[in-house]
Design a protein around this ligand. Structure first.
Ligand code: GP9
Ligand code: MN
Length: 430
C-alpha cells in the first residue's frame, strides 16, 4: 500500500461522521433528480428586483413542508467551475488546485462515483441531460469513468435557429425535450440536469423572458436577474410535470447552485442592489456571496431551513445516507449535512474558509457573524490555525487521491471498479 493511501484512508476514517438516524434511508429506492442550477447564487432566493420576485417558484418551493433548504451552503469550485461542482457531487473529492479535473486526468483515473455506487447499491440507472456539446469539460469521456449509463447532450435536442442561447439549448427546451428520454429510463434512476441558460454574460431576449433588467452600469449584473428568472420558471415547468405524472412522490430532488454568477470583481456593482454601499464593500462580503442554494425535496422528509455551514463537498454523503447507502468504506471528503456531528468548516479550493465563527478570505480574517475585520488574539490564532489545518488536510487528501490516482489501490467491499469501455453515448458507439 502506498504511503499516501494510508494518509488518505486515515483522514477518511477521522472525517467520517455517522448519519442522522432521522434521515438515514428515508429516500431509499427512490428516483434521484439532481438539478444543477447554473451560476445561481443564494442571494437570488427571495430577492425582489423593483418589487418583482426573481425566483417565485423556488421561493415557494423552499416553504414546502417536504423541503429542507440550507442557508449557509457555499460553492467550493476552483478553476474547473461547473466541472468542479460535478466532481464534488459525483466523487466526494474536490477539483484540482489548478485547472479542471474533468479536462485533465479524470478520464484515466480510477473513480468511485455516485452513478456506479448507486448502480451497484440499489440497481439505479443513471443519465445526464445537458444542452451543450458532449465534449465540453471532457464530459463524454469522464462520464464513462463515473459509470453514467446515458448522456443526453446537445445532439439529442432539436436544433433550430432559436433553440440555443449562450452555451447551449435553452433550459425550457432542455427540460421539456428530456422527458421523452426520461420516460424510457428504468426506475429507480439517478438523473442529473445541467442547466446552461443562466450563464455569463446572461443574455436572453425579452421575447423569451420579459423579466426587467437591472439598472446598474454593469451589463452582466443587469442581465443576471432575467436569466435567473427564466431558470426558475424552467424548473417550475419540469417540477409540474413530475407532480402531474406522479413521478414526484417516487423521487427525491436535489437542487444546487454550482458557483457564483457575478464574479468578485463585479460585486461592487451589485452592492447597491443588495442595499450595500460599494465603498463599504469588503472581502468578507465577497466571501458571503459564495453562498449557493442547496435544497432537498422529498415527500418522506420533514422540511425546514437548515443553518448548518457546509458546501458542495458534503452533498454526496448527505444524499447517499438519505438513500440508505452506507458511506463508511467509501473515500469521500465531505460530511453528511443532516448529521448533528457535521464540523461546519467550509473549505474553499484556494484554502480559504468559512465557519460559523470565522471567515478567512483573500488574506484577511473576519468575524462571520458581524463581518468585522479580525486582529486575532493568541487564543483566536490557535483556533484559526487548527481550522486552517483541517482545511489543508481535507484538500491535501483530495489532491493525493486525484493527482496520484490512489483509488486504483483501494476498492471498498461494496464496490466493483467501473470499466469505461462498457459505456457508449451515441448510436455510432464513439
Ligand atoms: C458548459 C456549462 C458551463 O457545458 O456546463 O460550464 P462553466 O463555464 O460554468 O464551468
Ligand atoms: Mn457553471
Amino acid at each position: 500500500i502506498p504511503k499516501n493511501l494510508n494518509t488518505v484512508i486515515s483522514y477518511n476514517k477521522k472525517n467520517y461522521i455517522a448519519p442522522n438516524v432521522k434521515y438515514y434511508g428515508k429516500a431509499k429506492g427512490k428516483n434521484v433528480f439532481i438539478i444543477h442550477l447554473e451560476s445561481f447564487q443564494q442571494f437570488l432566493l427571495n430577492y425582489e428586483l423593483n418589487g418583482q420576485e426573481v425566483t417565485p417558484f423556488l421561493n415557494s418551493l423552499i416553504k414546502d413542508k417536504n423541503v429542507i433548504s440550507f442557508d449557509n451552503f457555499f460553492h467550493e469550485v476552483g478553476g474547473g467551475k461547473t466541472s468542479d461542482a460535478e466532481t464534488m457531487l459525483e466523487t466526494g473529492t474536490f477539483g484540482l488546485s489548478q485547472g479542471s479535473f474533468f479536462s485533465s486526468i479524470a478520464q484515466n483515473n480510477t473513480i468511485q462515483a455516485a452513478p456506479a455506487i448507486l448502480a451497484q447499491n440499489g440497481n439505479y440507472t443513471s443519465a445526464v441531460f445537458h444542452g451543450d456539446s458532449a465534449g465540453f469539460w471532457n464530459r463524454n469521456n469522464v462520464y464513462k469513468n463515473l459509470g453514467y449509463d446515458y448522456f443526453f447532450y446537445s445532439d439529442y435536442y432539436y436544433q433550430t435557429p432559436t433553440s440555443k442561447v449562450g452555451m447551449g439549448t435553452k433550459d425550457k427546451l432542455l427540460f421539456g425535450e428530456s422527458i421523452k428520454y426520461l420516460e424510457h429510463l428504468p426506475q429507480p434512476f439517478y438523473a442529473k440536469f445541467i442547466t446552461v441558460t443562466n450563464h455569463t454574460p446572461f443574455t436572453l431576449d425579452e421575447a423569451v423572458d420579459n423579466f426587467p433588467l437591472a439598472d446598474t452600469n454593469d451589463q452582466v449584473v443587469n442581465h443576471y436577474f432575467r436569466t435567473a428568472h427564466y431558470l426558475d420558471s424552467s424548473f417550475e415547468e419540469f417540477f409540474n410535470y413530475l407532480k402531474n405524472t406522479g413521478l414526484l412522490k417516487k423521487s427525491i430532488i436535489v437542487i444546487y447552485g454550482d458557483h457564483f454568477g457575478i464574479s468578485n470583481d463585479r460585486n461592487k456593482k451589485l452592492a447597491p442592489l443588495l442595499n450595500k454601499s460599494p465603498e463599504e464593500w469588503t472581502k468578507y462580503d465577497n466571501a458571503m456571496l459564495q453562498r449557493v442554494p442547496f435544497i432537498i425535496y422529498d415527500q418522506g422528509i420533514k422540511g425546514g431551513v437548515n443553518h448548518t455551514f457546509g458546501g458542495e463537498i458534503d452533498v454526496l454523503p448527505t444524499l447517499l445516507h438519505l438513500l440508505g447507502v452506507d458511506t463508511k468504506n467509501f473515500v469521500q471528503l465531505g460530511q453528511d449535512l443532516l448529521s448533528p456531528k457535521h464540523q461546519q468548516v467550509v473549505a474553499f479550493r484556494n484554502h480559504n474558509f468559512v465557519t460559523p465563527k470565522y471567515t478567512f478570505y483573500d488574506g484577511k480574517y473576519y468575524d462571520t457573524i458581524t463581518g468585522e475585520l479580525l486582529e486575532p488574539d493568541e487564543t483566536q490564532k490557535k483556533e484559526l490555525q487548527s481550522i486552517q489545518k483541517q482545511v489543508n488536510d481535507k484538500l491535501n487528501a483530495s489532491d493525493l487521491i486525484n493527482n496520484s490516482n490512489l483509488l486504483r489501490y483501494y476498492t471498498p467491499p461494496e464496490f466493483k471498479p467501473v470499466n469505461p469501455k462498457n459505456y457508449h453515448y451515441t448510436n455510432q458507439y464513439s
